[in-house]
Ligand binder design. Structure first.
Ligand code: ADP
Ligand code: ADP
Length: 232
């Protein structure tokens, strides 16, 4: 079963002579319960792919289905609601709210989704990402790796079917990056979630099940990451 399926997705920015085709007729499915890396040179369409797949941006043409739902059938309000309840997104720059505590940052998606913030859920997720004891701190009082853990906990808290991560290790030192990748791997193996991650880092791709390589807005290859035991 595909957790995410793009069918003939094209995304253009601008018009006339300034038109850029960021995604060019991309058709690809991402299997439920898999960890996928999206790689490719700068400007190849990785961010656009992630944003379209996650419903943060709409394709110019083609369809995106997530968990069986055609995102094109949702209006803006419905799409926002869908993102808040069904998708987790981890940004490269963490995107934490500086005035909120760690706990308030992590539970924000629950409040946005009008869901309860029961203690067990919050405790379970914060323990899983190794943030126990830091819940009362503010982002400025955390290291980069700890901030990324908060961003991942925030993406996990609603138990989304799919977690999209844009360069989640781009700002981290190699050891911390390994910890973060192990966390994302556990979301796949232990929680049966699907993770789609944009990365520049070949070492990060080693943790995934498959690598989708983009060039000039097209999928040019799709290979299993052979060094990783496949969990299906
Ligand atoms: P990557 O993430 O691989 O660097 P992007 O998806 O950011 O690639 O960009 C793909 C192409 O689309 C690039 O040529 C980029 O300049 C262009 N692009 C991306 N976002 C916009 C935008 N908002 N407006 C115009 N062009 C854009
Ligand atoms: P990354 O590839 O590291 O994700 P980019 O530098 O490609 O980041 O893009 C950062 C932001 O700028 C994205 O929101 C993207 O849509 C936007 N962007 C990228 N290229 C252009 C462009 N040529 N014109 C306008 N916005 C762009």
């Amino acid at each position: 079963r595909a957790a995410v399926r793009l069918t003939q997705v094209t995304k253009e920015y601008g018009r006339g002579p300034a038109k850029v085709t960021a995604l060019d007729d991309v058709s690809i499915g991402v299997a439920a319960g898999s960890f996928t890396a999206v790689m490719g040179p700068s400007g190849s369409g990785k961010s656009t792919f992630l944003h379209c797949a996650a419903g943060l941006d709409r394709p110019t043409s083609g369809t995106v289905r997530l968990g069986g739902q055609d995102l094109g059938e949702l209006n803006e309000t419905q799409l926002t609601r869908f993102r808040r309840t069904r998708i987790g997104f981890v940004f490269q720059a963490f995107n934490l709210l500086p005035s909120l505590t760690v706990e308030q940052n992590i539970t924000l998606p629950l409040r946005l989704a009008d869901a309860g913030t029961d203690h067990d859920t919050v405790h379970g997720v914060t323990a899983a990402v190794g943030l126990t004891g830091l819940l009362g701190r503010r982002p400025a009082e955390l290291s980069g790796g700890q901030q990324q853990r908060v961003a991942i906990a925030r993406a996990l808290i609603t138990r989304p079917e799919v977690i999209f991560a844009d360069e989640p290790t781009g700002a981290l030192d190699p050891d911390t990056a390994e910890d973060i990748l192990a966390l994302l791997r556990r979301a796949v193996t232990d929680l049966h979630q699907t993770v789609v991650m944009v990365t520049h880092d070949p070492a990060a791709a080693q943790h995934t099940d498959q690598v989708v390589l983009l060039a000039s807005g097209r999928v040019v290859s799709r290979v299993d990451a052979p060094s990783v035991p496949r969990i299906k």
